[in-house]
Design a protein around this ligand. Structure first.
Ligand code: CP3
Length: 369
């Protein structure tokens, strides 16, 4: 049964995620709690990255930083954590230095035997659940709280590459050389993602996002073979598991960066995240009606670099984005969650981020006449 939490006063995000028309677009930003904020950098001076993730009070504090700074302008909080806590839960050591680094990545198929057969998600990731519960209480209903996980393919890529990689050569080689072992690994990651996401809703998450940030490294065929079946399993099994536990069946978002929108939409999520290489009008045509004839909500998709372009450019490009999403929905503000097309980067001036949010408020509303 769901826990009791303060009543939500701003449900714009949840309404847009359900495909509804809204008075303006809800807006949040990937990595909104991050290094562009001086208050985040201050906390990081004295606390290591994963120490913050593992401390419910610190994670809550960091999650709240952008909500406080941009009070009334942000329509969602996203729990402060990282996608790499899942490989950690599978027994892999990851350090942030400054990017992620695995001390002992998977090298050969035999290495997956070193991973535990069963992962006690409650035990290994209970600190994220505690952070969600504390954050949800601290938010006091101001805005909904987003939980997340990395997608199986993106996590597999990090577990094999051992960190960021330009070519993904090692991890993609597994797909071609050891397809069956790769599928076993993907299935094992999927099992954990499912339990992890259900646990997040139990702890207080009101919407869940799956980050398949490396989807664009796969051909459409490989995406259909090595990413899509597991993304579908996550959507189906999370919904079933939530029902079985009498928890709210929250909206699900898939951000499969670089994947074709029609393929991503076929995974069955309520919302599909778009990067800036996609025109919202094309994306709407490609996703509309793919699942049970319904409108799939779109999220995005301003190029994060626009935030370095100065006020004139920010205003101009937000207007352009709003026009594109409005015309994608026949002139209405409907089934759209405004965001950047990927995470906000460390050099952005927090005042420019504020201006971006103000512009979305101003231009995403469609006059009623
Ligand atoms: O969005 C938010 O504000 C919530 C927090 C969040 C972080 N990482 C915090 C973070 C979320 C949702 C993530 C997801 C994540 N982590 C992804 C998927 C989204 C994406 O950007 O594609 C990925 C691929 C990771 C793995 C990861 N974590 C990388 C590659 C890096 C280094 C590169 C970078 O952007 O710094 C991180 C570190 C990280 N995760 C930071 C933050 C705020 C910065 C590290 C620091 O504080 O030193």
């Amino acid at each position: 049964m769901a826990q009791e939490f303060p009543t939500l006063t701003n449900d714009l995000l949840l309404r847009a995620a359900r495909g509804e028309q809204t008075e303006r677009a809800p807006v949040w930003v990937m990595r909104q709690a991050g290094r562009y904020l001086p208050e985040f950098r201050k906390t990081r001076e004295t606390h290591e990255f994963f120490e913050i993730c593992r401390s419910p009070t610190l994670a809550t504090e960091i999650t709240m930083q952008p909500i406080r700074r941009y009070a009334g302008l942000l329509d969602a909080a996203i729990i402060f954590s990282d996608i790499l806590v899942v490989p950690q839960a599978m027994g892999m050591e990851v350090i942030m230095n400054p990017g992620p680094h695995f001390t002992d990545p998977l090298n050969t198929p035999a290495d997956i035997e070193k991973l535990p057969r069963e992962v006690d998600v409650e035990k290994e990731l209970g600190y994220v659940f505690e952070a969600l519960t504390l954050t949800r209480k601290t938010l006091a209903g101001q805005v909904p709280l987003i939980g997340f996980t990395g997608a199986p393919w993106t996590l597999m890529m990090y577990m094999i590459e051992g960190g960021g990689s330009q070519t993904r050569q090692k991890s993609k080689t597994w797909l071609f050389k050891y397809p069956e072992v790769s599928k076993q690994l993907l299935a094992r990651i999927t099992d954990i993602c499912v339990q992890y996401l259900i646990g997040q809703v139990n702890a207080g998450a009101q919407l869940l996002q799956v980050f398949d940030s490396n989807a664009g490294d796969l051909s459409p065929y490989d995406f259909s073979t090595f990413a899509l079946p597991y993304l579908k399993r996550i959507a189906d099994e999370v919904r079933e598991g939530l029902k079985a536990r009498q928890l709210p069946v929250v909206p699900l978002t898939l951000f499969a960066k670089g994947a074709s929108p029609s393929l991503a939409a076929s995974a069955g999520y309520d919302t599909i995240g778009l990067d800036w290489t996609l025109d919202p009008r094309d994306a709407a045509k490609l996703t509309d009606g793919i699942i049970d004839g319904r409108t799939i909500t779109l999220q995005g998709n301003l190029d994060p670099v626009v935030l370095y372009g100065g006020r004139e450019a920010i205003e101009r490009e937000v207007k352009r984005m709003c026009n594109a999403f409005h015309s994608a929905r026949g002139g209405a503000c409907k089934a759209w969650i405004a965001n950047l097309g990927h995470g906000i980067t460390p050099g952005v001036d927090p005042e420019d981020m504020k201006f971006f949010l103000e512009c979305v408020h101003k231009y995403s509303a469609v006059p009623s006449s």
